[in-house]
Write a protein that binds this ligand. Structure first.
Ligand code: ADP
Ligand code: XUL
Length: 523
């Protein structure tokens, strides 16, 4: 009997899907639609649009909707049995916000199968573009909210994170300050996750505790909107925000639009969506403390499971709700693939050439060190991009390739100390995790066993597995998380990389030096 679930991932550069058969522990399909290639009329570059001010980074919510429609069209053409899907959940790039006017709810609840989603939804936005996680233009608003809410320590204690430029609260404050009319025409402010779920569910919008924690608006302890933070952010904000709900909430049956147009079952349930990082936690099977994950996507993130809540005293990292009802720790490094690509392109290399450069250079890079901030950086906070080189010529291709990767791994090691015990195993995911030479440096710097998993998109797999969990729980037959992830989160054969103990001392010394450089050179 079919036991089929769909997980979607509306990420920075693409929309992906995983369809799995839970009883048979089988992945039936993986699919990925890149916005730049498939929807070129939005003229995005890597899924985003930039303004004159490089700190402002937005995207089009209508493009995400069009991608959703395109995906269902393709699934239908591919002859996927969409009727067999029992539940759908999803993942949204965290922190991004979608601003809807008073028409939105009504329109979403009455979608007509004779017109496209784009045609019907193009007028529901009170702001045509959405600020996304790469935006770093709200430094002033971060300071204002921090001050009004009682200072950094108080904000970290309440929300699980200090105020961050990309977090939704500071972004909302900026919108309210710069476009008060736009703000007053906004009836609801959604996250990417809650917005995409509401398209599927016909207008039911709720934010889960995982993604809600990335807003600087939710109390991380009682999981409610925090009045102090709301007041510090913008007036009348609470009435514009959806309800906060646990990550296993079933929102209801899928909208009739998808039933009639694409052949989904009218009984297919939409499960609340979450952020890409909480979803990846599940997609990588991180339901206990012994492992950590490094995602090498557009940004690099270092994250892990946490059962007892504690926050980062330096206020650099974050605590989000985990889909299991526990917590997760995360630090986000914006100059991830972006920085690796900049070095690769500077020396006209392809990824094979980049890998070759890593393999020909020695651990420690003959003392060549880089602080690689091609973009403003989140951790450590660097608002003005600048690349620093020490004992490193800027025209040496191989040494620069190694320098950027070693710097990234050392920085992750240093800035994840607050998360507690060092993991023995690291699960690597994201686009760059297919690069074995990068993973080798990861294993050596962290002195941990590194593995890759079978499914390349951990966020959409996590979303599909969350759909399984919520579906069975709501039907009165709950399944434990360890049984949910079993069989899906197994390391890829041959992907295991052992750390070389001979370079442990070298990287320990290098980490001390790297920390000194950060302390002495960063403004
Ligand atoms: P996101 O989910 O954040 O949109 P992905 O996880 O799909 O991004 O990662 C995309 C990135 O992966 C690309 O920007 C590219 O830099 C990187 N990438 C792809 N292939 C390789 C490779 N062989 N080596 C290193 N990086 C790679
Ligand atoms: C996490 C963060 C990024 C985005 C990428 O805080 O900003 O990892 O979630 O989509």
């Amino acid at each position: 009997m079919n036991d089929v679930f769909l997980g979607l991932d509306s990420s920075t550069q693409s929309l992906s899907a995983v369809i799995l058969d839970f009883k048979n522990k089988k992945i039936l399909l993986e699919k990925n639609l890149r916005y730049d290639e498939r929807l070129p009329h939005y003229k995005t570059h890597n899924g985003i649009i930039r303004e004159k001010d490089p700190k402002v980074v937005h995207s089009y919510p209508l493009m995400w909707v069009e991608a959703l429609e395109l995906l269902f069209e393709e699934l239908k053409k591919d002859d996927v049995n969409l009727k067999s899907i029992k539940a759908i959940s999803g993942s949204g790039q965290q922190h991004g916000s979608v601003y809807l006017n008073s028409e939105a709810k009504k329109t979403l609840s009455r979608l007509n199968i004779n017109a496209s989603l784009v045609k019907q939804l193009k007028n529901i936005f009170s702001r045509k573009t959405s600020p996304v996680w790469m935006d770093s233009s709200t430094n002033r608003q971060c300071q204002e909210i921090r001050e009004k809410a009682g200072g950094k320590e108080a904000v970290v204690h309440r929300s699980g994170s200090d105020t961050f430029e990309r977090f939704t609260g500071p972004q909302i404050r900026k919108f309210y300050q710069e476009d008060p009319d736009g703000y007053s025409n906004t009836q609801s402010i959604e996250l990417v996750s809650s917005f995409m779920a509401s398209v599927l569910s016909g207008g039911v919008d709720s934010i889960d505790y995982g993604d809600g924690a990335g807003m600087n608006l939710m109390d991380i302890r009682d999981k409610k909107w925090c009045p102090t933070l709301l007041d510090a952010t913008a007036p009348d904000l609470k009435k514009r925000l959806p309800c906060l709900k646990p990550s296993d909430t079933v929102l209801g049956p899928v909208s009739n639009y998808f039933v009639e147009k694409y052949g989904l079952s009218p009984d297919a349930q939409v499960v609340i969506w979450s952020g890409d990082n909480p979803n990846s936690l599940i997609g990588l099977g991180l339901i206990s403390r012994d492992k950590a994950a490094i995602s090498l996507g557009t940004s690099d993130t270092y994250f892990g499971f946490m059962s007892d809540l504690h926050t980062d005293p330096r206020g650099e990292g974050h605590v989000f709700g985990a889909p299991t009802g526990d917590y997760m720790t995360l630090s986000c490094f914006k100059n991830g693939s972006l920085a690796r690509e900049r070095i690769k392109d500077k020396f006209n290399l392809d990824w094979d050439g980049f890998s070759k450069a890593l393999s020909e250079t020695p651990p420690g890079n003959n003392k060549g060190i880089m602080l690689p901030y091609f973009e403003p950086e989140i951790v450590p906070l660097v608002l003005k991009p600048k690349v620093y080189r020490f004992n490193l010529r800027d025209d040496a291709p191989s040494a620069n390739c190694r320098a950027v990767v070693e710097a990234q791994m050392l920085s992750m090691k240093l800035h994840s100390k607050w998360m507690g015990k060092r993991p023995e195993k690291i699960y690597a995911t994201g686009g760059a995790s297919k690069n074995r030479e990068i993973l080798k440096i990861m294993a050596d710097v962290h002195q941990a066993e590194v593995y890759r998993l079978k499914v390349s998109n951990s966020a959409s797999l996590g979303a599909a597995l969350r759909a399984v969990h919520a579906y069975y729980k709501s039907s009165g037959n709950p399944i434990s998380w360890s049984d949910i992830v079993a069989g899906f989160t197994i390391p890829l054969p041959g992907s295991h990389i052992k750390p070389d103990p001979a370079v442990a001392g070298l990287y320990k010394k290098m980490a001390i030096l790297y920390e000194q450089y950060e302390r002495n050179y960063l403004p």
